[in-house]
Ligand binder design. Structure first.
Ligand SMILES: [Mg+2]
Length: 318
């Protein structure tokens, strides 16, 4: 099974870039890089540095010094419990002053040569891999190799590629944010995989065919396969039945929730209002008609009715 990798630009992505680095003492890790690379390792990614080093062609740094610089970088990261799996660099440049390095190269970003070489040598699945860098040439190289890309620092170098080609999948202000983006992407793709997996219920046990006399006497007959399909169907049926019961229970709970204290009080007040109204009518129809009693009863009925309506309204707004 192929590995997945994080391809990392070196200068201004992993370490500070003062121009051309030509001594190991100049290697200084950027903030948060070691911690983020450790997270990538925990997520199962190989860490591969892919760096344009035209300083070699320009006679600013030798390949031997470059090797020492990379050893220093490797050492600084090992001290933080992070291991770089491999360094790739391109020493070539068409304007180089050293003849053997003066040429175009497929390895030089924005060409994807270094990533393709790494994929071939280290069995890397490029579509599961990421290219992280601070310039458009990193993004184009990653994109052309078939990786997902994150532009770090959002500084786009338009000298090297056309603007329409520089479209990173994501942008991040630093390596920590890049790590968070990759973490979230992995999480969401894992969730998607879980949702798209077929619903399979494995039977707890397999039904064994009963040993019959006929079986004993006819040992050459092919053995019947256990009927696991029926067992699965039974399990599915049972699961659906449980779901149905839960839905019914939830419906019952909703109905019960509607029977609130507020509604009960409103009902009682409504009954009292009707009772007061009937009392008022009773006094009105009475031979010994008492206007005070009629007035008080109707007033009570009115007040109670208003209260009942208020309680109903409050219940509905709840
Ligand atoms: Mg860079």
């Amino acid at each position: 099974m192929s590995d997945k990798a994080i391809f990392l630009d070196r200068d201004d992505t992993l370490i500070e870039d003062p121009g051309y680095i030509n001594h190991p003492d100049q290697v200084k890790l950027l903030d948060g890089v070691a911690e983020s690379l450790a997270e990538f390792g925990e997520m199962g990614y190989k860490l591969i540095v892919v760096s344009n080093q035209s300083g070699v062609a320009r006679a600013i740094v030798t390949e031997e010094t470059l090797s020492e610089i990379h050893s220093r970088l490797r050492q600084l990261l090992i001290e933080k419990a992070v291991k770089i799996d491999k360094f790739y660099y391109c020493p070539y440049h068409p304007d180089g002053v050293i003849e053997k390095y003066r040429k175009e190269s497929d390895l030089r970003k924005p060409n994807p040569g270094m990533l393709l070489q790494a994929a071939d040598e280290m069995d890397i699945n490029l579509s599961e891999s990421w290219m992280l860098g601070n310039s458009s040439c990193d993004i184009e190289a990653g994109s052309r190799a078939g990786c997902k890309t994150i532009l770090i620092n959002q500084r786009i170098d338009q000298r090297q590629t056309e603007p329409e080609k520089i479209k990173p999948d994501y942008q991040a202000v630093n390596m920590k944010e890049a790590a968070n983006i990759i973490k979230m992407q992995n999480r969401s793709s894992t969730n998607t995989n879980i949702q798209t997996k077929p619903f399979i219920i494995k039977p707890h046990h397999q039904v064994q065919p009963m040993q019959t006399q006929q079986d004993k006497t006819q040992p050459d007959l092919p053995k019947k396969e256990p009927n696991t399909q029926n067992v699965s169907e039974h399990k599915i049926e049972k699961a659906l039945h449980n779901i149905l019961e839960q839905l019914k229970s939830m419906h019952r709970d909703n109905i019960f929730d509607e029977f609130s204290t507020m509604r009960l009080i409103a009902g009682i007040v409504q009954i009292l209002a009707l009772a007061s109204l009937f009392a008022g009518i009773w006094f009105l129809m009475s031979p010994t008609r008492d206007n005070n009693k009629i007035f008080i009863s109707l007033a009570f009925a009115l007040v109670l009715q208003v209260m009942a309506m208020t309680f109903y309204t409050m219940q509905n707004k709840k």
